[in-house]
Structure formats: C-alpha cells, structure tokens
Design a protein around this ligand. Sequence first.
Ligand code: C2E
Ligand code: MG
Ligand code: MG
Ligand code: MG
Length: 280
Amino acid sequence: EAKRRGRNTWQTFTPALARKLTDRLLIETQLRRALDNQEFYLHYQPQVDLRTGRIHGAEALLRWKSRILGELNPDLFIPHAETTGDIVPIGAWVIQEACRQLRAWRDAGLAIDRIAVNVSFRQFLSDNLPETVLSALNQYKLPGEALEIEITERVLIEDAPDTLANFNTLKGLGVALVIDDFGEGYSALNYLRKFPFSGVKISHTFMQGVPFNASDSAICQAMIQIAKSVGLAVIAEGVEHEVQRAFLIKHGTVLGQGFLFSQAVSPREFAELVRQQRST
Ligand code: C2E
Ligand code: MG
Ligand code: MG
Ligand code: MG
C-alpha cells in the first residue's frame, strides 16, 4: 500500500511541479525581505475624463524589483504575498507611500484630486485597515476624499466579520470604495445594496471585446446601466482604442484608464503629464 502510494506520489511529482514549488519558495523567501530591502515602488496610471482626456487622479500600482529575481509583475507575486500574509505589511506600505506621493505632488502645486490604491482581501481580514488608512491620511495631512480604495469581489466572498464595519469606518473618513474588476468575480448583485460602495471599475477583460464582440459589448452596457441605476460611479479600465472610448462616452461613462491615455508611469513622468495639461 505504502509502495503504491509512494509510486503515485512520485508520478504526480513532475519536474514542472518541482519547478513551481521551488519558484514559490524562492518568491516567498525573497518577498519576506523585499520591504526591508526597499525593493518595492509604485507606478501611477492616470485616470482621465474620457470626454476631455483631462487627468483626474491616478491608480497606484505596485512594482517589485527583486535583487535576486529581477522585475516581477504583480500578478506573479501578489498571490504569494496573500498566501503568506506578507500582503498586509506590503499593502500598508502602499497606502503610506501613495499618500506621501500625493502630498508631495500637491505641495508642488499639482492639482490631483485622488489616488486609488488596491487593497487585498487579506488586508480586510487583518484587524487594522482603517487605522492604517487614518494614520497615513493624518501623517500627510490629506482628507479622506483624496483616497480611493479598490477591492475585488474576493473581499465580499471571504466575508470577514468586520468587513461591513470597516467599509463604514472608511466611508466615514470620506474614503471612496470601488469594486475592482467588476463582473469578473461572483455576480450576486445584492452586495451593491448591502455595502457602501461609491463606484465600480469595469474589468478590462470585458473592455477587450468592445465594441466588436456583441456579448462583451452588451455585458459592458448592462454593467454600466446597473451601476448607474443604483447611483454608483463607473470607471472603465483597459481602454485601449478610440472606438472603446466612444462606446463608453455614448453609454454615459465619464472616467477611464488604459493604454489609450497612458500606461502606469513613474511619479516623475506622472507629474510631467499633469503639468503638460495645465499649460494647454
Ligand atoms: P488592477 O488593479 O485591475 O490593475 C489594472 C492592471 O491593468 C494593471 O496591471 C495595469 O497596468 C493594467 N492595464 C492598464 N491599462 C491597461 C490597458 O489598456 N490594457 C490592458 N490589457 N491592461 C492595462 P498591473 O500593474 O500588472 O497590476 C495587475 C494587478 O495586480 C492589479 O490589477 C491588481 O489586482 C494587482 N495589484 C497591483 N498593485 C497592487 C497593490 O498595491 N496591492 C494589491 N493588493 N494588488 C495590486
Ligand atoms: Mg485596481
Ligand atoms: Mg482592475
Ligand atoms: Mg486585475
């Protein structure tokens, strides 16, 4: 019996799996040191008024330059950081750093309404997200309205006991709560009534098919309508083409982000983009 199981185990332990395991261990080990080693930084993608192209704010996107592993895409390391729990201190750093940057921009005279940060479900499971947010706002003398928190539907699925209370506390600070990747998760729309969201971000996976794929276009249109009908703001992500911008404007979406306008850029480049539009 042991022998048979042993052999089966051996059979499933393929080189590819071994590779995956060592990758995982390597990534997780390096992740643990990355904060102390200051290997993280943020890039900022403009969020623009689709009609005019004017920059209204930015989404802060995490970047990791590991001494050992090189540049890693967030899709590659964030799931690991969520598994180990390292996303909690890393995510706190993101909030802190985004607030620091916004303060620096405002002090330099740049009119930037708001920074959006991505917050993992794991940060909601830990106990002090509102305190982390409040202390960053206080430290950099920013009103809650300067910050937007993007969460995915995963937060709602995990349904931590304090989720609703945390949402309400954040909302009470003036912080906007937005559902990221709207439509990609589970679609029990009653959560739109239950939680105090201010907006939804339509996933780029739907935007890809707009306007030539009929069902993607129909889904986008329906999502915009649902959001608007319950009083939520809509922001479209992954806007790559002029025809998509036209489609969104036609269906009443005001804000968007995507390669059509700009990819995520360094703080210096972002400031330059804002300065350029001021002089035009
Ligand atoms: P997301 O929050 O949905 O961010 C949008 C992603 O789409 C970003 O990828 C962005 O660079 C990319 N993107 C922007 N414009 C376009 C476009 O026109 N077309 C296409 N195809 N893609 C576009 P990125 O920076 O690689 O981030 C990937 C994901 O990693 C994010 O998706 C977010 O879920 C997560 N992430 C990034 N930063 C953080 C963070 O600080 N904390 C947490 N928890 N997650 C983060
Ligand atoms: Mg996001
Ligand atoms: Mg998204
Ligand atoms: Mg995403």
